[in-house]
Each structure stands twice: as structure tokens, then as C-alpha cells.
Design a protein around this ligand. Structure first.
Ligand SMILES: *Cc1c(COP(=O)(O)O)cnc(C)c1O
Length: 368
């Protein structure tokens, strides 16, 4: 009744596109938040088979779920809660981002308990104002890392761009280089510097360092949300479809869905689609977005509800069971995630990541 079709071939293709862009640099496939709604385990397995160098997640728990599913590729988790289980993380060979001294202390305690050398990626806030060590505390953090000696191994130094403007990003790149210089000055060895996500990797080829962290582009979406993923050769991996659950004829002047935002102008037919905001279709799509049945677009002119929305299909020969494309690959003529995002005043990231509810994911491609 409601399906998210996930094209694993597209994900492999997008990995190749970004790998070619990254030339020498390693590629981390970012699979946080259930792989942006695409299904973390299936996507991680696909990326692993396609030879991705690293996987990236926010939470330790996301990393542990991948390890439990048999994923052996190096994984970095970087957004920690004081209750996160670093003992489990180290036992499962999960690399850990370090943003402050408290985290470092907890990780070193976990290293002592497990006897496992903690693999660290030290994160410097170069200006985004989010996760990461302040510049003021960076030296002290580095000194404490150094004092831990062989209990820890610094794999990476990383940061994250704001992509506010080129000037802002170049300032961050400069700060990143100084932060790295400080690491070297203290004689701390590391393997990988990584800074750019999808947007920065496309915009700043000189800032790929030894690794790039690619999320949204793997899913075939434009990181700038300007609906131009195909300009980079990326293919959208998610198509959200449903089926017409009911068709009925109603007279002129009939109200349709809550608040009667739509009233029929003449005798017409209404098609009921069983997808609502519980599935991640934003309520703000009401009156703004379009869906596709066959080759024709229909505006969502009535209120999107929790479980359903209704289309005024006029005299079109639509039947119960006909497929409705909520969004997909615009190359097939379907509305894109960007179209839906624009209609709802958000970005493609949020659209795909929030798809869920009663949707079932169906995978195809990549040797399945
Ligand atoms: C989510 C995230 C990424 C991936 O970003 P995309 O824009 O989806 O490529 C990379 N690095 C960090 C720190 C992130 O939080």
C-alpha cells in the first residue's frame, strides 16, 4: 500500500561518482539517521560491498547496530551522549569522535576496561558553532590525548563546514589547517584529515584532504537542494509510492478533507491516497505539492492528514490500486524530493530522512 523503493544500484553509482570526484581521498559513506531514511543496514551492506573506505554515523548506538548486522568496515560515531556506551563501542571496534575533554576521559576509561586501543578522530570547531572542541581548548585537549600514550590512537582530525558562503568556508579551512598544524607541533601522529561533506566536497576540491564524508549525494540528492543532482551525474535512490485506496464521485460544492481547503467546483471524482504525515509527508505539502499518477501531476489541494490525503481527479480514468508517485527520480518525469521540499519550505535531506511510518522499504539492484 505504501512503499519506499530503494535503488541500491543508484547508491553504488553515486558512490562511484563521488569517489571519482574525491580522486585520491578516501570516502566515508554517511549512514546516520537510518541512512537518511533509506535503511542503514541495507545501505551499509551495499556500500561495504562496493568498497567504501569508512562508514559514518552520529550515535554509538547506530554504529553498534551496524556491527550487530555484520558490517566490518571502519565506522566513526561522533555525536555522544553522557550515557553512551563507549565500552561497547570500543569492543565493537567503533572509531570515536572526540569533541571535548569529558568525552576523552570517558573514552580512556573505556579503553582501560576493555584493553582495546581507542581509535580517535579529534574534532575541532572551526566556526560552525556546533559539535567539536573550541579553538581555546584545542591545545589542552591535544595534550591530554598525548598523555594517554598508547591507550589511544589518533586516526583522524576533523571538522565540519557551515557552507554559509565561500568566504566563511575558506576561513574555516584556514582554521582547520592551523588546528592540524598544532597537532603536528605536539608530535601526535594521525592518518586522516577530513573536513568536507557532500556540498563542500563538490565545491572545494582542494579541501578533500585524506577523506571526504559523503551523505546526501550517496542518496542521489543535490546537497545544495537546488534540484540539480543530475548535473553531477547523481541518481536519486528513493522513490515513494502508494496506491489509490478509494475512488468516488461527489457533486459540486463538496468539501474535501479537514477545514474544507478544497471544495469541488463541479461533479468530480476524488481519489484517496493512504499516505499522511505519519509517513513523513509534511502537512505543509497541503495546497503546495504535486504527486503523479501515470504521466499526470495532481496538486495536493486538500489538507494532508495523519493517514491520508485526497486528490480531485476530475473525470480521469483512475482506479483503485493505481500507483501514485509521491516523489522519485525526476528523470522519470516524477516529482523530485527537491520539488516536495521546495513546496514544503524545507530541504531534500529532511524529506527523505523523515520518510517512514507505515511505508515499507523495498530494495532492488546491487546484486540483490
Ligand atoms: C551528516 C554529516 C555529514 C554528511 O553530510 P551530507 O551533507 O549529507 O553529505 C558529514 N559530516 C558530518 C559531521 C555530518 O554530521
Amino acid at each position: 500500500m505504501r512503499t519506499l523503493r530503494i535503488n541500491l544500484d543508484a547508491i553504488v553509482h553515486n558512490l562511484d561518482v563521488m569517489r571519482a570526484r574525491a580522486s585520491q581521498a578516501k570516502v566515508m559513506g554517511v549512514v546516520k539517521a537510518n541512512a537518511y531514511g533509506h535503511g542503514a543496514i541495507e545501505v551499509a551492506r551495499t556500500l561495504e560491498r562496493a568498497g567504501v573506505d569508512y562508514l559514518g554515523v552520529a550515535d554509538v548506538n547506530e554504529a553498534l547496530a551496524l556491527r550487530n548486522a555484520g558490517i566490518a568496515t571502519p565506522i566513526l560515531a561522533w555525536l555522544h551522549d553522557p550515557a553512551d556506551d563507549f565500552v561497547a563501542a570500543l569492543s565493537a571496534s567503533v572509531d570515536l569522535g572526540v569533541a571535548n575533554r569529558q568525552q576523552l576521559a570517558r573514552i580512556s576509561a573505556a579503553a582501560a576496561i576493555t584493553g582495546v586501543v581507542a581509535k580517535l578522530h579529534l574534532k575541532i570547531d572551526t566556526g560552525l558553532g556546533r559539535n567539536g572542541s573550541t579553538e581555546a581548548e584545542w591545545t589542552q585537549l591535544l595534550e591530554e590525548v598525548k598523555a594517554l600514550g598508547e591507550a589511544v590512537s589518533v586516526v583522524g582530525i576533523f571538522s565540519h563546514l557551515s557552507t554559509t558562503s565561500r568566504t566563511d568556508d575558506l576561513a574555516q579551512i584556514e582554521k582547520f589547517d592551523s588546528a592540524v598544524a598544532e597537532v603536528k607541533k605536539l608530535g601526535i601522529n594521525f592518518e586522516l584529515r577530513h573536513l568536507t561533506a557532500s556540498d563542500g566536497s563538490l565545491a572545494y576540491p582542494d579541501a578533500h584532504y585524506e577523506m571526504v564524508r559523503i551523505g546526501v549525494a550517496l542518496y542521489g540528492l543535490d546537497p545544495f537542494s537546488t534540484n540539480r543532482a543530475s548535473d553531477y551525474g547523481l541518481i536519486p535512490a528513493m522513490t515513494a509510492v502508494s496506491r489509490v485506496a478509494q475512488v468516488k464521485t461527489v457533486p459540486a460544492g463538496h468539501g474535501v478533507s479537514y477545514n474544507f481547503l478544497h471544495r469541488t467546483k463541479a461533479e468530480t471524482n476524488l481519489a484517496l491516497i493512504p499516505v499522511g504525515y505519519a509517513e513523513g509527508l509534511p502537512r505543509s505539502a497541503t495546497g503546495k505539492a504535486e504527486v503523479q499518477i501515470g504521466t499526470k501531476r495532481y496538486p495536493i489541494s486538500s489538507q494532508v492528514a495523519m493517514d491520508q490525503f485526497v486528490l480531485d481527479i476530475g473525470q480521469d480514468p483512475i482506479q483503485i490500486g493505481d500507483e501514485v508517485v509521491i516523489f522519485g527520480d525526476s528523470a522519470t518525469g516524477a516529482p523530485s524530493a527537491d520539488d516536495l521540499a521546495t513546496a514544503c519550505g524545507t530541504i531534500n535531506y529532511e524529506i527523505v530522512t523523515r520518510m517512514g511510518g507505515r511505508f515499507k522499504r523495498e530494495y532492488f539492484g546491487a546484486g540483490l
